[in-house]
Ligand binder design. Sequence first.
Ligand SMILES: O=C(O)c1ccccc1N[C@@H]1O[C@H](COP(=O)(O)O)[C@@H](O)[C@H]1O
Length: 200
Amino acid sequence: MTKIKLCGLSRPCDIETANELKPEYIGFVFAQKSKRHLTSEKAEELKKMLAPGIQAAGVFVDEKPQTVARLLNGNIIDIAQLHGNEDEVYIKHLRRLTHKPIIQAFRIGNASDVINAERSIADHILLDSGAGTGTAFDWNLIQSIKRPYFLAGGLEPCNVEKAVRILKPFAVDVSSGIETNGRKDKTKMAAFVAAARKGR
Ligand SMILES: O=C(O)c1ccccc1N[C@@H]1O[C@H](COP(=O)(O)O)[C@@H](O)[C@H]1O
């Protein structure tokens, strides 16, 4: 059954909404250049409010492995989402610092990107068009992928049901599609979760 990840939560009211909607994952963005960036102190405060059973992913872009491991081992996040140019060497280094799970994100522009993603040594792969840009990639490129994946990029309440029904991803991940004027929108979050569950 496709799981749901609501990413880029940054306010207590976003966590309250997530606790009501009960997605399997939420995401905190630690990428310095992101408009959704939050500090580790803020993330710690929000994590304490999060209902048990919802896992918090930390989104990183080329962050020091020590920083990622500190957040994982301190239980501020439960899973690391690597969304930059992190390679096998980086992942092996991170694995020496923590036993927590790792998601490696891949930008899918052609068939060889899909092959690279399938070969990842990370615990999970995430297929995206960019990095929180709200645009989708060509889903035809992943019709015959064998490995389970998080589907991201341009998902919205209006297209997620179809994505779940057709592609049957391990999880769907959304950020821009549940925002209004750069803030998470409770109505869109609820509509996204309902539509994703309808497609299961
Ligand atoms: O959300 C961000 O600001 C972000 C910054 C840097 C790397 C990844 C980021 N978000 C991730 O991007 C995808 C797709 O998001 P969208 O729905 O298209 O906006 C998702 O995995 C987010 O976790």
